[in-house]
Design a protein around this ligand. Structure first.
Ligand SMILES: CC(C)(COP(=O)(O)OP(=O)(O)OC[C@H]1O[C@@H](n2cnc3c(N)ncnc32)[C@H](O)[C@@H]1OP(=O)(O)O)[C@@H](O)C(=O)NCCC(=O)NCCS
Length: 231
């Protein structure tokens, strides 16, 4: 497959959401956080993801992957949160954008309801995530955080994930920065991410009175760059 990776534009958002909804349909985290499937609203979920991608296009690093011969179809997407050096406080623009996203999410919840989202579990996950990131993110240069990467089920195992990953990993290597992700599946994802140089460093447990899931936290060290000098 001849693949092309580009930065996501607003016109790509719908196709990107198709990849998320299809790739995560049976995902353990998705099934845990939307545990009452009879209440799951794909419409509300699409609105929620649209708000998130609109934010990500401006403030994150969002990519889409297509096959060159069929550029209308998005095969896979990734959203990364860029690193923040410990010495650089969050910019006002970034801070305000997070609040703007939050207000839009509140408005969405008022209009659409929760669409089956288990709010207690959402906050359990958020708290566990904040704790784990506080423990693991010890590098003052910050981490490229792969917030989400998805490939349409029919296109999985054909190099789309690698094409998406490689661009950001190359930037991270050039800058000498670490990358981080949380996978909701041990198999086969941990083995897939190991192929990209990530290592499993922690299992994050989110426990709702005995109904628990594990998320697999992985870190990738930068690969030192060759100077190109031959002695
Ligand atoms: C995880 C995911 C993003 C990987 O993307 P992909 O396009 O399927 O992966 P690729 O085809 O690019 O394969 C990447 C590498 O993993 C290897 N790989 C692929 N599937 C594998 C499997 N089932 N077991 C072991 N290794 C596998 C490939 O051989 C390749 O290595 P190589 O390039 O050295 O040969 C994709 O499968 C996906 O969206 N899964 C469902 C949603 C999901 O779990 N997302 C991640 C949440 S954290």
């Amino acid at each position: 497959m001849a693949l092309e990776v580009s930065l996501m534009t607003p016109a790509d958002i719908d196709g990107a959401i198709d990849t998320v909804q299809q790739a995560f349909a049976e995902d353990p985290y998705n099934r845990w956080i939307y545990n009452d499937r009879s209440k799951f609203s794909p419409v509300r979920n699409r609105v929620s993801l649209t708000l998130r991608y609109q934010w990500g296009i401006k403030h994150g690093l969002c990519q889409v992957c297509r096959e060159m011969t069929n550029p209308t179809k998005i095969l896979g997407t990734a959203m990364w949160i860029p690193p923040q050096h410990i010495a650089n406080p969050e910019s006002w623009a970034h801070y305000l954008s997070s609040w703007y996203l939050w207000f839009r999410q509140v408005a969405m919840n008022t209009y659409y309801g929760r669409g089956g989202l288990n709010v207690k579990r959402y906050w359990l996950w958020k708290e566990a995530q904040a704790e784990v990131q506080k423990e693991l993110w010890t590098d003052e240069n910050g981490y490229y955080f792969c917030n989400v990467v998805t490939v349409l089920p029919e296109a999985q195992g054909k190099g789309v994930g690698r094409a998406l990953m490689e661009q950001v990993l190359a930037i991270a290597d050039k800058e000498g920065r670490k990358c981080y992700l949380e996978s909701s599946r041990k198999e086969p994802n941990v083995a897939i991410y190991e192929k990209f140089g990530f290592e499993l460093v922690k299992e994050m447990k989110c426990d709702d009175d005995g109904d628990a899931i594990l998320l697999f936290c992985m870190i990738r060290e930068p690969v030192p760059q060759s100077t190109g000098l031959v002695f």
